[in-house]
Design a binder for this molecule. Structure first.
Ligand SMILES: [Zn+2]
Length: 369
């Protein structure tokens, strides 16, 4: 019965009497019977039949329906055969392609590809507008130019990642200087001259914070090139970097862990600087019983590690397919990205930049007649 869909809006909902569309009240028919689209849409579809077949959509021209002897309904009837197992991603791509052919929304609904709510969400939501603006800004839609741009974006991205770690090493060298100086000032567990401790503390604070800011800046450019690669790959029908395959949980972001360590170093050196600059603060700490001091340090360490554990997870939005599942499952944006079952193989199909999850499609009340 799922094949029975409304001729106008494509809905499979029946009204309470069970013979008309429950959404717009028009007639229903089997999906593989002819579609009531206009001549212009028919022509566009037939002109692009090859491309449409790649999306799993086969067109079939039928003999016109005969209404009594000699009386023929106008035009050629067009029937669609849709691959039944088409997953949400392909359907979205198909709708996106139909929109690039400038086929109006109501005509796409008449193709009865899926529930109208879903089709309208694909038509209106998503990142179609965002992508259009991107290619407008890029100044080209030509495949050969986009392929060249993709190659270049890949190279610059690789270079940017190398730069990230080169810069990080540079700031870690300064940290080594700060730690060595501090070590020289400590003898037999006692700080020789607390005033002089300001020197390594200052070097430590400034270079750790500079390192943190540089890492954020580097990350920004790296993400910029990643976004270029994503959008260009999608446009040139490649998705290698968008698809993640593996076992277990998606892991932690290496660069974000590095950023967290630099931020923590800034805070730690800042505390050393306070104690060195204000002798009373140091005295106050020595007056705290060792037992309390020890427990406080352990609690703080525990808090820091949990913060790093839960905030440094690689962020992934999109769809996930887990071994044993029947279909794709959306990974919501508010989720931490950690899957529920631990050791199952998974495929994650990441969202493109600017792609909104189509959770609450905005549907017209009257059925967009
Ligand atoms: Zn309807």
């Amino acid at each position: 019965m799922t094949q029975l869909r409304c001729l106008v809006c494509g809905s499979s909902q029946l009204d309470p009497e069970g013979y008309k569309c429950g959404r717009c009240g028009k007639a229903m028919s089997l999906r593989d019977e002819g579609c009531y689209v206009n001549e212009e849409t028919k022509k566009k579809l037939l002109d692009h039949a090859d491309e449409l077949s790649k999306f799993g959509l086969a067109l079939e021209e039928r003999e016109p329906l005969k209404k009594g002897i000699g009386e023929i309904l106008s035009g050629v009837s067009l029937a669609l055969q849709i691959v039944e197992s088409m997953h949400p991603g392909s359907l979205r791509d198909l709708v996106r392609f139909l929109r690039t052919l400038a086929i109006p929304e109501e005509e796409i609904l008449r193709l009865r590809l899926d529930e109208p709510e879903q089709i309208l969400a694909y038509c209106r939501g998503g990142n179609t507008n965002f992508r259009d603006r991107y290619f407008e800004a890029l100044g080209t839609q030509e495949t050969c130019k986009l392929e060249a741009a993709l190659k270049l974006a890949h190279e610059i991205r690789k270079f940017e990642i190398e730069l990230y770690w080169k810069r990080a090493t540079y700031f870690w060298a300064f940290q080594l200087v700060a730690f060595t100086t501090a070590g020289l000032l400590i003898k037999d567990g006692q700080v020789n001259s607390s005033g002089w401790m300001l020197l390594p503390a200052s070097i430590g604070v400034v270079t750790a914070f500079a390192g943190y800011l540089t890492a954020c800046g580097s990350k920004f450019w790296q993400e910029n090139w990643e976004a270029h690669v994503d959008l260009l790959e999608d446009q040139t029908q490649r998705r290698l970097t968008q698809v993640i395959v593996g076992c277990g949980a998606p892991q932690f972001s290496v660069s974000r862990v590095n950023q967290a360590v630099l931020l923590l170093l800034t805070v730690a050196w800042g505390l050393v600087a306070i104690v060195a600059a204000v002798p009373a603060a140091g005295e106050l700490i020595t007056r705290i019983p060792p037992m309390y001091r020890g427990v406080t340090v352990l609690v703080v360490l525990l808090l820091i590690c949990s913060w790093m554990r839960f905030s440094r997870v690689t962020r992934l939005n999109g769809r996930e397919f887990r071994f044993g599942d029947a279909n794709w499952v959306e990974i919501p944006s508010h989720d931490s990205g950690m899957p529920k079952r631990k050791d199952d193989p998974f495929i994650i199909w990441r969202d493109l930049l600017g792609e909104q999850r189509l959770r609450k499609p905005d549907v017209p009340e009257d059925g967009s007649m």
